[in-house]
Ligand binder design. Structure first.
Ligand SMILES: Cc1cc2nc3c(=O)[nH]c(=O)nc-3n(C[C@H](O)[C@H](O)[C@H](O)COP(=O)(O)OP(=O)(O)OC[C@H]3O[C@@H](n4cnc5c(N)ncnc54)[C@H](O)[C@@H]3O)c2cc1C
Length: 340
């Protein structure tokens, strides 16, 4: 087995809330999981779209912030030692040579062999909306970044932030404390971020700590071998400016697309996978679907529905993973945590 080749009982596509709970449900029945997500973090929509928003309809939690729910789901899954492959998309699903196992391949070249596959892919893979700049892919990951993991990475650097929403404004504010120079490029004079953050941005601009380049939009990149030298911006009349820069951070939001899943031969209905609600099985043997991506008559797209589907899928998958072994239904209070 190489570093990029893994074997497990269940491969889960998507580390959203439902994928995370599937780790727990499969783990309770003795099935070990690998989980893949295109995002660099787990939590799916909860982490990417509304981490600070309170959710009111999670049983037992009258009110819980989406990010806290994700933390708790990770903690609940942790005893089962799931292996996470984050920042990579599942690009292919093929039957293994024996015909009984599945092989998933990810965009970074990892191969995961599993007896069953659970697709918990929500509305599809998240990806950043890329500005349409020729050759931008040569700079991505080196000097063009769509998310900031550590603001220290930009210490002393000349940073161009592009966008007018909360992410652009919040990161411009945060980076102004460490970066050498921060410019904010936005195609409108008005920002769409929280009013308090916009006031802070304007105050820092007046103090000369942030440069507002408005109304301008990105027009080109200068540099070689992934190292940025300047960002070219243009106003609505086509007049251009050259902003000397070490890094460009475009914050144009995230888009979701079903992507490769649409080509796996699954029964689809309007970008959703049709499942049998009694088992969460798809039309392909050994492949299950749960959470927002799964559909059937009367489906409610709620986190709690996805949780119940994860339990159903785990019970249905047991007889495939442990061929010939009968599953005796037990409560968690009876079973306890199998791993300690
Ligand atoms: C603003 C907002 C508020 C909401 N409020 C509530 C609420 O109050 N209560 C409630 O119950 N629900 C709420 N929801 C809905 C809830 O967030 C979803 O039902 C839930 O996130 C679905 O979970 P999931 O795990 O099925 O999918 P997701 O959370 O969408 O996660 C799916 C993950 O799969 C990944 N993925 C997809 N394709 C691939 C691939 N090929 N390879 C690798 N990874 C892939 C994606 O990147 C993503 O991270 C809200 C949604 C929004 C947007």
């Amino acid at each position: 087995m190489t570093e990029h080749h893994h074997t497990c009982d269940v491969a889960i596509v998507g580390a959203g809330p439902v994928g995370l709970f599937a780790v727990f449900e499969f783990g309770m029945l003795g099935m070990a999981a690998h989980v893949v997500d295109t995002l660099e973090m787990s939590g799916g929509q909860c982490s990417a779209l509304y981490p600070e928003k309170p959710i009111y309809d999670i049983p037992g939690f009258p009110r819980i912030a989406a990010a806290e729910l994700v933390e708790r789901l990770q903690a609940q899954a942790a005893p089962f030692k799931p292996v996470y492959h984050l920042g990579q998309q599942v690009v292919a699903l093929r039957r293994g040579k024996s015909g009984k196992r599945w092989r998933l391949e990810t965009s970074t070249g990892a191969k995961i062999d599993a007896r069953v596959v659970v697709i918990a892919a929500g509305a599809g893979a998240f990806g950043p909306n890329r500005p349409p700049l020729p050759g931008i892919e040569r700079f991505e990951g080196k000097s063009v970044h769509y998310m900031v993991l550590r603001r220290q990475d930009f210490a002393g650097k000349r940073v161009v932030v592009a966008g007018g929403g909360d992410s652009a404004v919040d990161w411009a504010l945060a980076l102004s404390e460490v970066s050498g120079h921060v410019s904010v490029v936005h195609r409108r004079a008005k920002f769409r971020a929280a009013p308090e953050s916009v006031s802070q941005l304007q105050a820092l601009a007046e103090q000369g700590k942030i440069e507002l380049v408005i109304p301008y939009q990105l027009a080109g990149l200068e540099g070689a071998d992934g190292t940025l030298e300047a960002v070219i911006v243009a106003d609505l009349d086509g007049n251009t400016r050259r902003l000397a820069a070490d890094a460009l951070l475009p914050f144009y939001g995230l888009s979701m697309s079903l992507g490769p899943i649409a080509r796996w031969g699954l029964n689809l209905d309007h970008h959703h996978i049709v499942i049998d609600p009694e088992t969460c099985a798809t039309n392909i043997e050994g492949v299950f679907a749960v959470g927002d991506i799964a559909t059937y008559r009367g489906k409610l797209k709620l986190i709690l529905t996805g949780f119940a589907e994860a339990a159903t899928a785990a019970h249905a998958a047991y007889s495939l993973v442990f061929e010939g072994k009968e599953l005796h239904f037990e409560y968690s209070t009876t079973r306890g945590l199998p791993c300690g």
